[in-house]
Ligand binder design. Structure first.
Ligand code: PLP
Length: 482
């Protein structure tokens, strides 16, 4: 069956799960040969997965409420994707050097993607990870200003990003990231080309008595002030996530924010980059998160959901403005950047099929409907909880932020690792629920939110099971803590 969601009957009550649970110990203590595994606390091993469930070696059957790290869109199994990948393998074009040749598969997927952007983006290139796509965005912005434009401006080498952001793990992408904990060890060697301003994060950023419009204007002024401080001719690009994922826990930009940032960037000749690695490709109910407000970037990156986890795939999309500079500008015309495995045909074939399924099965509508059900029930069950500070998100992308004190919004101390403790407790019976622990909110160190981002083909019954298990997990966790 193509991308079938788990039938309602397949959701078992936690009590029955307990009864059928294996007698094996909860933690699998076998030695791991994977680097960086044995040093971590509990490397759980998964035997197989069905549509929305992870089946562990120790007998746990865990409902995947986060689609991995917000990756799966059509569940973990799909006959259609399987067949298309086999067909590509059988044609002998799983890998064809994209430096020298094109394939119909990569070309078809690029065309498909571009046609979904309302004419705002015009070319795409595929990479393997979100980090690679953002690293490419960083470099394409530098090259655009330095050599490709009619009036080259090589002084534009600086970037503006936001505090507590995450754009990836290589040095350029990490340089753009404002996440203290992720940067800490590498501060010594980062290029330090990026300067950070406040994120649009109303829960902690909106001041008492301030309207959303005033808040947006304040953030807009902060961007403008930063540009003035750095020198307008020194800034290459501003990057942000339209809906912040793992770094803040599903925080959508307030109404008018993206348009305000766009206006400032345009006024100063600065490129606008939207990192949609986590929030893009349907996660928010729009194929591209920026489509909700109709504010398109100059450069867009997507990843995670692009191939729904069936292959590792990301992409960078460029607007006509950026593309034209490369195509008709005075520079070399070639992006001075490339990977052996870019435009990888097998991954593009899987990605295109995933996106066709999302389109044909009208899954964006399902994201909107199920997202509404998820958010409504979550708020009903958890809004009044003494340690739930905020529940926010869009589509099937919801974050729950925990606080020590609901009134003051004081977070828990970082070393309590609240998000990780809740994540770990959730995997085990009686909950058997996979939530994504995110990266921490208050200062980029404290880990105090979890993310719910199930597959787009999730059913009402599964949504109800997620809410029930998550609510009981959170209630039980804090009852034993207090
Ligand atoms: N950008 C955002 C917004 C992300 O959430 C992530 C990963 O979580 C990345 C970039 C990096 O993507 P990857 O882990 O695929 O390199």
């Amino acid at each position: 069956m193509p991308s079938a969601a788990m039938a309602p009957s397949a959701i078992r009550k936690p009590q029955r799960v307990m009864a059928r649970r294996s007698s094996r110990p909860a933690t699998v203590a076998t030695r791991s040969y994977l680097f960086n595994r044995s040093v971590r606390s509990t490397p759980y091993r998964i035997k197989r997965a069905s549509a929305q469930t992870l089946h562990f070696e120790n007998g746990w059957n865990v409902l995947d409420a986060s689609g991995g790290a917000a990756v799966t869109g059509i569940g973990h199994l799909s006959t259609r994707v399987e067949q298309v990948m086999i067909k590509t393998l059988k044609r002998g074009i799983a890998y064809i050097s994209s430096m020298m040749f094109d394939t119909d598969v990569a070309e078809d997927f690029a065309r498909f993607l571009i046609t979904t952007t309302d004419g705002k983006m015009t070319r795409a290139v595929f990479y393997s990870s979100g980090t690679e796509a953002n690293e490419a965005a960083y470099k394409v912005a530098l090259q655009y200003h330095a050599t490709e434009k009619a009036n080259p401006e090589p002084t534009r080498t600086l970037f503006i990003a936001r505090d507590r952001s995450y754009h990836g793990t290589t040095l350029g992408a990490l340089d753009m990231s404002g996440h203290k904990a992720r940067r800490e060890l590498y501060e010594r060697v980062l290029p330090h080309n990026t300067h950070h301003i406040s994120p649009c994060y109303a829960y902690r950023g909106l001041q008492t008595g301030e309207s959303v419009a005033e808040y947006v204007t304040r953030l807009k002024n902060e961007l403008e002030q930063k540009i003035q401080d750095l020198g307008p001719k020194n800034v290459a690009a501003f990057i942000c996530e339209p809906v912040v994922g793992a770094a803040l826990g599903c925080v959508p930009a307030e109404a008018g924010y993206l348009a305000a940032m766009r206006e400032v960037c345009d006024r100063y000749g600065i490129l606008l980059i939207f990192d949609e690695v986590m929030c893009g490709m349907g996660r928010t109910g729009y194929l591209h998160a920026w489509q909700k407000e109709g504010v398109a970037p100059d450069i867009q990156t997507v990843g995670k959901g692009l191939a729904g986890g069936f292959q590792q795939l990301s992409a960078m999309l460029v607007s006509p403005k950026v593309n034209d500079a490369f195509e008709y500008g005075p520079g070399s015309g070639a992006f001075s950047h490339g990977h052996t495995f870019q435009n990888y045909p097998l991954a593009c074939a899987a990605g295109l099929e995933v996106q066709k399924i999302i389109q044909e099965e009208n899954l964006l509508q399902n994201v909107k409907e199920k997202g509404f059900r998820l958010s409504k029930s979550l708020k009903k069950r958890l809004s009044n909880h003494r340690h739930v500070g905020d529940i926010r998100g869009a589509g099937l992308f919801w974050g729950i932020e925990f606080v020590k004190d609901k009134q003051t919004m004081e977070p828990f101390p970082a070393d309590m690792k609240i998000n990780w403790r809740i994540y770990e407790k959730g995997l085990a019976p009686p909950y058997e629920i996979h939530v994504y622990p995110g990266m921490g909110t208050a200062d980029g160190v404290n880990g105090d939110h979890i993310i719910l981002s199930p597959s787009y083909n999730i059913t009402d019954t599964e949504i109800d099971a997620i809410v029930d298990r998550v609510a009981r997990l959170i209630e039980d966790y804090f009852d034993t803590l207090d």
